[in-house]
Structure formats: structure tokens, C-alpha cells
Design a protein around this ligand. Structure first.
Ligand SMILES: Nc1ncnc2c1ncn2[C@@H]1O[C@H](COP(=O)(O)OP(=O)(O)OP(=O)(O)O)[C@@H](O)[C@H]1O
Ligand SMILES: [Mg+2]
Length: 257
């Protein structure tokens, strides 16, 4: 399902916070269409790497290219336009409003209220609303949330709230999707449903996924990168990565799997 073009390329990434070397010398090339895993013990630098690859944080050293374009110095909204969306380690949904409104806000985050006010009274608004509904219908069906579209988000089961976070990201129809520990805290059944969701949305997209649940990594990823203490250890198939002596050693003595 990879077509040989590189969706995300990073060369020699380092990130230092004062004396803390959160990342040191990480390079990778994720091909278009891959589902690519990133694993490592707590504090290894996985979220920091995601922040850098998706353009939220600038690296101290190194370069990132998204679809062949160097994103150094580009503001996040310009990077979003290249087709990148992400979810965060802690769920970012609007808990007090409906599932559908969560998607509506997601599709208007780049608009200003004054513009919205004018659109409401215009034909453009009506057109926009019907295209929003079509898009929301498709995303809700894909995410298995159609039956709860009017439900208040924070009354949903936990697994559904996490799927809503993915649905919000899907409203942008991203070519490249970054998921930071999307299955954390899910029970076994919720995790199985989640793996199915990612399988449904993966055709035609590149997906990078940070996850502590190794069953999820094995089920979804063709390749994975292991990092430990900010250093790259190995990039290979999940089986090879998870049995790599340095990866096994890095996990020993931690609470991770
Ligand atoms: N803004 C920051 N300022 C200072 N140190 C930071 C900052 N962000 C991350 N760090 C440090 O960088 C290291 C890597 O953190 P990061 O959150 O990337 O790890 P992680 O692999 O995502 O861990 P977890 O599995 O717990 O989510 C840690 O030592 C962390 O304390
Ligand atoms: Mg993290």
C-alpha cells in the first residue's frame, strides 16, 4: 500500500530542553501509505518526536520534510494545509457539547467568528452546512459514532471518546495522521474496535502511531521505530523490533510492556 514516495522524512533530529536531551540523532523515512509505529519506554521522547514531525515544535537540530517539503520555519497552520492532522496523548474533545458539534468546531477551526456570522446568513453558509453534513455523516459512520451524534461527548464511553478524537482529525481528510497513544486506557474490546477503525481509515493515508500496547503495534504497523532515552534503537518489522535485545533491555525495569 506504500507507493514508494516518502510522506515524512526526518534527518538527524535532536531536541534539547536546557540540559535534557529529549531526542538525539533520530532519522526516519515513512513512505506514503505506511502505518508506522513508534515505541519506547515512558520519557523516551516519543511525543517530542511527534511534536517535531508534525511541526508543533522546532527541533534543536535536524530537518523534517512532509511530502518532500522542508517544514522548518513554517507555522502550524501552513503545515496543516500540507495535509497533516494529529491527536494528542490526552484526549482533546469538547466534553460539554454533542459529538456532531465537536466535528463542526473541528471543521471551522480555521474560520473567524465574523466570517462565520456572515456565512450564516448567506447561500455560502447553506452550501457549507450541507457539505459539512455530508462530511460529518461519512466520518461518523467510519468512526462508528453515527448512533451517538447528538449525544454529549463526555457522556460517551471512554473508547468512544477516543474514537471521537480521531473523527475530529478525520474532518480535515488528512493525508498524514499522527496518533499519540490513541488506545491508552482502553479495555480489550475497545482496543479491538479501535484497531478496526484504524484499518478502515488507513487506505490512502499515511499513519504514524505512538502506542504502548504492543498488540496494537503488531496488528497495525508494517514497520516501527524503537527509541530509548531519546536515541533511535532500531527500525524494522514489529516482530523484529519487539525482540531486539536493546529494545527488550530498554523495557526491563520499567512498567511498560
Ligand atoms: N517542554 C519540555 N520541557 C522540558 N523537558 C521536556 C519537555 N517536553 C518533554 N520533556 C522531556 O523530554 C523527555 C521525553 O519526553 P516525551 O514526552 O517526549 O516522552 P514520551 O516518550 O512521549 O513519554 P510517555 O510514554 O510517558 O508519553 C522527558 O525526559 C521529558 O521530561
Ligand atoms: Mg508521550
Amino acid at each position: 500500500m506504500s507507493d514508494g514516495t516518502v510522506a515524512v522524512r526526518a534527518e538527524g533530529i535532536a531536541k534539547h530542553y536546557g540540559g535534557v536531551k529529549a531526542l538525539n540523532g533520530v532519522s526516519l523515512a515513512v513512505e506514503s501509505g505506511e502505518v508506522f509505529g513508534i515505541i519506547g519506554p515512558n520519557g523516551a521522547g516519543k511525543s517530542t518526536l511527534f511534536d517535531i514531525l508534525s511541526g508543533f515544535t522546532a527541533p534543536t537540530m535536524g530537518t523534517v520534510e512532509i511530502l518532500g517539503r522542508d517544514i522548518g520555519g513554517l507555522p502550524p497552520y501552513r503545515i496543516a494545509r500540507t495535509g497533516v492532522a494529529r491527536t494528542f496523548q490526552r484526549t482533546a474533545i469538547f466534553g460539554d457539547t454533542s459529538v456532531e458539534n465537536n466535528l463542526l468546531y473541528a471543521s471551522h477551526t480555521t474560520q473567524r467568528h465574523s466570517v462565520l456570522g456572515r456565512m450564516r446568513r448567506s447561500e455560502a453558509w447553506a452550501r457549507d452546512r450541507s457539505s459539512f453534513r455530508a462530511k460529518a455523516d461519512a466520518v461518523l459512520a467510519l468512526a462508528g459514532l453515527a448512533s451517538v451524534r447528538q449525544q454529549t461527548a463526555n457522556t460517551l464511553a471512554y473508547g468512544m471518546q477516543r474514537r471521537l478524537a480521531v473523527a475530529i482529525a478525520l474532518m480535515k481528510d488528512p493525508a498524514i495522521l499522527f496518533l499519540d497513544e490513541p488506545a491508552a486506557g482502553m479495555n480489550e474490546h475497545e482496543t479491538e474496535d479501535f484497531v478496526e477503525l484504524i484499518r478502515r481509515i488507513s487506505p490512502g493515508r499515511t499513519i504514524l502511531i505512538v502506542e504502548h500496547d504492543m498488540a496494537v503495534i503488531r496488528a497495525l504497523c508494517g514497520r516501527a521505530l524503537a527509541i530509548a532515552d531519546g536515541q533511535p534503537v532500531v527500525i524494522d518489522t514489529p516482530d523484529k523490533v519487539l525482540t531486539h535485545p536493546q529494545v527488550v533491555a530498554a523495557y526491563l525495569g520499567t512498567d511498560d510492556e
